[in-house]
Design a protein around this ligand. Structure first.
Ligand code: C2E
Ligand code: CA
Ligand code: CA
Ligand code: CA
Length: 279
């Protein structure tokens, strides 16, 4: 490898220091942020590719820090993962999402499934399954209304334990979704080793299915494979009508992305559901 010159080295060190400082500042600001009510959830629609009807909703975490202003998940989730605070934060997300769905009950969103993102740390917590069961019960939800999104990273951490926990969650009736499929370690054995319901095809592949023959073929192959394994398929990051049409033709079941809807507050989601119900 080429040795960095003094100047380059300094730039590199400065960038490292800036990133470390950023993480430190965020870590400090995260303390007490739950109690201070600085977090809220936005909801992104996932629609049936064929009918356009709202089928699922992904809850996405937002933080309006009193010290730092709005901070995006890409900045604070990794910090919360490092400190372990993600467990407390994830518990808040679970409870808040279930509360919201409980409130939506007896309405347009009756049959809609809520998807929440779960980190490896949460899954490793021995009390996790009980926590999920309690959140469902407390808010009057059926387990079928909840789906947990995991990344491939979660699956390799402690495979035996994860397999057991996922088995318990499935027995409860909760859905399990593999997020960002294709970007991680992507061992195909995951697909049969763990009890999954849903594969979410990462935005990176969906992004240029209109222009890249390679990605087009790749997405087609993922869809065919998922279907043969009896999995539901969600395409992430659908930004154009062209992409949506291609995915529908390929047999992808569900679509998520800015072309359908941005992540929005609960009242706006209700309006979205209303508009799609008559479709
Ligand atoms: P993710 O789970 O893959 O969520 C999808 C991300 O893509 C969201 O970013 C969403 O706003 C964005 N997105 C959706 N459609 C489009 C599109 O058409 N184009 C583009 N360019 N982007 C789109 P967001 O909300 O910033 O979240 C980023 C990541 O932070 C999430 O990626 C997830 O890994 C993590 N995250 C968010 N909320 C939570 C949470 O409650 N718990 C945990 N553990 N992680 C979370
Ligand atoms: Ca997700
Ligand atoms: Ca994703
Ligand atoms: Ca992602």
């Amino acid at each position: 490898a080429k040795k960095a010159g003094r100047g380059e080295q300094r730039v590199f060190n400065d960038a490292m220091n800036a990133a470390a400082k950023d993480a430190l500042v965020i870590d400090g600001a995260l303390r007490g942020a739950i109690e201070a009510g600085e977090f809220y959830l936005v909801y992104q629609a996932i629609t049936n590719a064929h009918t356009g009807k709202l089928t699922k909703v992904e809850a996405l975490l937002r933080w309006n820090s009193s010290l730092l202003g709005p901070v995006t998940p890409d900045r604070f989730i990794p910090v919360a993962e490092d400190s372990g605070m993600i467990v407390e934060l994830g518990t808040w997300v679970l409870e808040e999402a279930c509360r919201q769905v409980g409130q939506w009950k007896h309405g347009l969103l009756d049959d809609v499934t809520i998807s929440i993102n779960v980190s490896a740390w949460q899954l490793a917590d021995p009390g996790f399954v009980a926590l999920v069961a309690q959140a469902l019960q407390r808010n009057g939800l059926s387990p079928r209304q909840l789906e947990l999104e995991l990344t491939e990273r979660v699956l390799i951490d402690d495979a035996a334990n994860v397999r057991a926990v996922l088995g318990q969650l499935r027995a409860l009736g909760v859905g399990i979704s593999l997020d960002d499929f294709g970007t991680g370690y992507s061992s195909l054995s995951y697909l049969t080793q763990f009890q999954l319901n849903t594969l979410k095809i990462d935005r990176a592949f969906v992004m240029d299915i209109e222009h890249s023959e390679r990605n087009n073929k790749l997405v087609h192959a993922i869809i065919a494979m998922g279907q043969s394994l009896g999995l539901q398929l969600v395409a992430e990051g659908v930004e154009t009508a062209g992409q949506a049409a291609i995915l529908e033709k390929m047999g992808c079941h569900y679509l998520q992305g800015y072309h359908i809807s941005r992540p929005i507050p609960p009242d706006e989601l209700l309006r979205f559901a209303c508009a799609r119900a008559d479709a």
